[in-house]
Design a protein around this ligand. Structure first.
Ligand code: BMA
Length: 381
């Protein structure tokens, strides 16, 4: 592929010259009305004058205007320029709320070899004032865990009340391909590694926060001759896994989620069921497009899909999502819930280069699924 220096410059320049940010002191409070960009937001016109600008505002990926998610005006929240040590990119962060109310992001950090490790960033408001660990928080440990040879990526965090610990499921990049690894922690300083719990090729995994019956449940995305679909597996002890079932199939043909899907952040437990945001990958002549869709699963039988939406609900539109190391990617690995119990704060990687935030109302997501979802998991539609 031809290198695209102009595009890269646009992305990094936008990251540094967001006018809304520049007018404010770093920790100045935003008023409520200022918090989020509407879906019709146009990038600041004085930021750059590249011809790309017109293309960006006319992006066909703006459709459909579902309007469920609102981007934060301070996006991108974190980039490599914020890091206390030299790195290539920061993206695809797991997220959780700590006991003291701070937001913790466990960020995927790619070094200049192309290998990833994890690094924690903590913030009081989940938007700015990030305190980033001065050194990598969790490095690959290929001597003890050979499957981590080429790095660790894309963590998802689940707080597990029964254990009083956070479960981190992450991708270990092994010689045999990506596989799912698990580690437990109480403080994001000391990690109890379980090693690889799903063999390659498998990724995009998250643990449900409590047992279903007597068993822990893991949602993940193995790749087999059947394709790249979302599965669930059960375990009595977090080490031995079985009762594997496919729960959501990638569609085929022209669909936005044809060929390859995967769980994005951990499932959201609602009274109506487990609400799952998943990514769908559309392969095009210009590369892959990563967008988000939604499905709801039964609370007691999470292998049963109750509703699945047809259209994507969030896709790459802004420059920091469209241009980066991998263009046209929005990739959430974590969320937190605001104190109102309804506002979802979704943290996502933009173009494999930065970390951004968008919010949505869980109630409205469910309403949208009621109106637009179908209780079916058909292979061919
Ligand atoms: C997926 C994962 C993600 C990445 C995405 C786009 O397969 O590897 O980490 O963000 O591709 O490159």
């Amino acid at each position: 592929m031809t290198p695209q220096p102009e595009r890269r410059r646009v992305a990094s320049r936008f990251a540094r010259t967001d006018l809304a940010n520049e007018r404010r002191a770093p920790h100045e409070e935003l008023t409520k009305g200022e918090w989020f960009q509407s879906d019709d937001f146009t990038p600041p016109s004085s930021g750059y004058s590249s011809p790309q600008h017109n293309i960006l505002t006319m992006s066909p990926s703006s459709n459909p205007k579902v309007g469920l998610f609102h981007r934060h005006v301070k996006n991108p929240l974190l980039t490599a320029a914020d890091w206390p040590y030299p790195v290539n990119t920061v993206f695809n962060a797991g997220a959780t709320l700590l006991q003291d109310g701070r937001t913790l992001l466990l960020c995927r950090v790619e070094d200049h070899r192309g290998h990833s490790h994890l690094c924690a960033a903590r913030s009081k408001n989940g938007v700015d004032g990030w305190e980033i660990d001065p050194q990598p928080t969790m490095m690959p440990d290929p001597d003890e865990y050979p499957e981590e040879l080429w790095g660790i990526e894309d963590p998802r965090i689940t707080f597990v009340p029964e254990l009083g610990k956070y479960a981190i499921t992450y991708t270990a990049f092994s010689v045999g391909g990506p596989c799912v690894s698990l580690a437990l922690t109480e403080d994001f300083q000391v990690f109890e590694r379980y090693g690889d719990i799903m063999p390659p090729e498998d990724k995009d995994a998250a643990l449900l926060p409590h047992r279903i019956g007597n068993y822990w449940a893991l949602i993940h995305r193995p790749v087999s001759a059947q394709g790249a679909h979302i599965w669930i597996s059960y375990s009595p002890d977090l080490r031995h896994w079985g009762s594997h079932r496919m729960i959501l199939e990638a569609r085929r043909g022209a669909w936005w989620d044809a060929g390859k899907i995967g769980l994005s952040p951990p499932p959201i437990e609602t009274p109506r069921g487990w609400l799952c945001l998943y990514h769908g990958v559309r392969r095009t002549a210009a590369g892959s497009l990563y967008r988000l869709g939604m499905a709801l699963f039964d609370l007691q039988k999470p292998e049963e899909c109750i509703l699945r939406g047809n259209s994507w609900i969030f896709g790459p539109e802004e420059p920091y999502e469209r241009y980066g190391d991998v263009d046209n990617v929005v990739f959430p690995c974590g969320y937190t819930l605001a104190p109102d119990g309804d506002t979802l704060r979704l943290y996502y990687g933009g173009a494999d280069t930065c970390i951004a935030l968008a919010t949505a109302s869980v109630r409205k997501l469910l309403e949208w699924l009621d109106q637009n979802g179908k209780p079916t998991v058909k292979t061919v539609e």
